[in-house]
Design a protein around this ligand. Structure first.
Ligand code: FES
Length: 112
């Protein structure tokens, strides 16, 4: 399944930059610079952003406006980044987050 967010009710998804590349769990995907990271993930069919602490259940897009943290991922080594409201920059390294991560980690440590 692949979905691209063309019109977001809160975020400006229409004035994005050129196509760039970002790395997600070791895989390179295309993204528009400036679009929400989550939009690029959905467009590439990536639906899981993190796993819950207790039951290890997958979470992904829920609110889409930065309120629920279900889209939290590790971005350039920084955990708990809400990808639905964080714009893409060329060369970003994004990793699926497993549970709570309290300290900065190296992206290569989070690949599965
Ligand atoms: S989907 Fe809820 S904060 Fe991103």
């Amino acid at each position: 399944m692949s979905v691209r967010v063309e019109h977001h009710v809160v975020l400006d998804t229409e004035s994005h930059g050129p196509v760039v590349s970002i790395t997600v769990d070791g895989k390179t995907i295309p993204a528009y610079e400036g679009e929400p990271i989550l939009a690029a993930l959905l467009a590439s069919g990536i639906l899981i952003n993190r796993y819950t602490v207790k039951k290890h259940e997958p979470r992904g897009l829920f609110c889409g406006i930065g309120q629920c943290t279900d889209c939290a991922m590790i971005v350039d080594g920084i955990p708990n980044v809400r990808t639905c409201i964080t714009p893409v920059r060329a060369g970003m390294v994004v990793c699926t987050q497993d549970g709570l991560v309290e300290k900065k980690v190296q992206p290569s440590q989070e690949w599965r």
